[in-house]
Design a protein around this ligand. Structure first.
Ligand code: FAD
Length: 419
């Protein structure tokens, strides 16, 4: 029996209907070629993929200078490029030293868990441009600020996703492909295939366990079973009542896995006007609050869609404004990058994941200093008859749909083995 709090399946993955059968995603969206599990599932479910639009030139708009460029290397002054390349090499090298399934067992785990990602950035860069890159990296990948997480956590997550370029890249990276019909189709098709339908509108409030089994209380429905898998974001797992209470270390783990903050915004135009201008629609820059964009148009190329994000501190600040003020700030940022046409869209659609009762922040959880080494070892450890899944428990592509899938299979295998 699958109990789902919302009135829909998909969780952090959600389609939005654009009309004429076209959709955009308000949550999880892209899959990359190194995400083997999700690619296999997409094929099994008979879904088709199409490449993220990536033809033309990107824009870098930094410190008042606008440059168009192709390829992966941003047109920065030589000193900044060297600084960036050296710091990235150093970071990727450290990341590779973290054991994927047990970051707390890394050779210098305690040392790296004492410091924040922010202090590492400060010590390892000399130029404002390199620091800006790392700040945007943290916000884009973790939806939080470098000061919010430990260096060990940032390294572990980066290794889990195959390195910095793999995480931020389009071609060969995590943003390479999209799903025709929208990514939520993965969850919908999986749910349709279940013999016992997902029980919607069933928020689990309490889990009691005894020697013979568990009792799971979800408002209208009470389920008795031999075992249960809790597969919700850590912050929400900590809000379920457990009887008996969770062991101290498990509870403190949940207290130390806060979610990031993100508002995902799709801005819809009659046509993707930037394409005619020879642009990919990919922008990076410091015209805050928007720091980067992608072309998110459906495969037919109409309407034109620019997707952008308010992440970390920007999501917290702009999330407090009313929608009209936020929209104004976002559109003026986009117009700065893409010209005045960007300020006059046909529609504007946003989703604030921190405000969602059954998510409370995205893209996933992160860990502040000290958390990984002190509480990480119980991340996947069952508590009696309760097993733990969800993308945050994955060793590979943790934080992504791919990690969510493998975490579910790992937890299911535990249950089958336990009998
Ligand atoms: C804006 C955004 C962009 C993203 N982009 C990407 C991307 O491009 N590629 C990628 O791979 N990933 C991306 N992600 C991350 C990806 O969506 C998640 O990693 C993945 O969906 C997590 O799956 P999950 O099953 O672990 O958790 P969830 O999707 O959060 O599923 C948990 C489910 O449990 C339900 N629930 C919560 N509490 C209870 C309760 N008490 N009782 C019953 N049910 C409950 C929730 O409603 C939800 O359906 C993005 C996420 C966001 C928000």
């Amino acid at each position: 029996m699958v109990l789902e709090a919302r009135d829909r399946v998909g969780g952090r993955v959600l389609n939005h209907d654009l009309g004429n059968g076209e959709v955009v995603e308000l949550g999880g969206e892209w899959i990359g070629p190194a995400q083997l599990r999700v690619n296999k599932l997409v094929a099994e479910l008979g879904l088709e993929t199409f490449p993220t639009y990536n033809e033309g030139e990107n824009i870098l708009d930094l410190h008042g200078k606008v440059k168009r460029y192709t390829g992966e290397i941003p047109p920065l002054p030589k000193a900044a490029l060297v600084d960036l390349a050296q710091s990235q090499l150093r970071f990727d090298r450290l990341a590779k030293r973290i054991p994927l399934e047990a970051p707390w067992a890394a050779d210098r785990a305690e040392r790296w868990d004492e410091e924040t990602f922010a202090t590492w950035i400060r010590r390892n860069t000399r130029t404002a441009s390199a620091r800006f890159f790392w700040e945007v990296f943290a916000e884009a990948v973790f939806a939080t600020e470098p000061a919010d997480m430990s260096l060990l956590f940032a390294l572990a997550y980066t290794h889990s996703g195959g390195g910095v370029n793999s995480l931020i890249g389009v071609r060969d990276g995590a943003q390479q492909d999209r799903i025709v019909g929208g990514t939520q189709l993965i969850a919908r098709r999986l749910a349709d295939a279940l013999a016992e339908p997902v029980r919607l509108n069933a928020p689990v409030r309490r889990i009691a366990q005894g020697p013979d089994g568990v009792t799971v209380d979800a408002d209208e429905v009470v389920v008795r079973a031999r075992r249960t898998i809790v597969s919700v974001p850590p912050v929400l797992a900590g809000r379920i009542a457990y009887d008996p209470a969770l062991p101290t270390r498990r509870d403190q783990l949940l207290q130390n896995m806060p979610a990031g903050s993100v508002i995902k915004i799709n801005v819809i135009y009659d046509e993707p006007f930037w394409r005619a201008d020879g642009l990919t629609g990919q922008v990076a820059g410091d015209r805050t609050p928007i720091k980067f964009t992608f072309d998110n148009s459906p495969p037919v190329g109409r309407p034109g869609v620019i997707v952008c994000f308010l992440e970390g501190a920007q999501a917290r600040v702009f999330g407090r404004l009313d929608e009209a003020e936020r929209r104004q700030a976002v559109l003026s940022s986009l117009a700065g990058y893409l010209g005045p046409r960007a300020a006059d869209p046909a529609a504007y659609v946003e989703q604030d994941w921190s405000a969602e009762e059954w998510t409370r922040g995205c893209y996933g959880a992160h860990m502040p200093p000290g958390a990984m080494t002190q509480f990480g070892p119980v991340l996947r450890e069952p508590v009696g008859r309760i097993h733990w899944a969800g993308t945050e428990t994955a060793g590979v592509w943790s934080g992504y749909m791919d990690g969510a899938l493998t975490s579910g299979e790992r937890a299911a295998a535990e249950v089958l083995a336990a009998g």
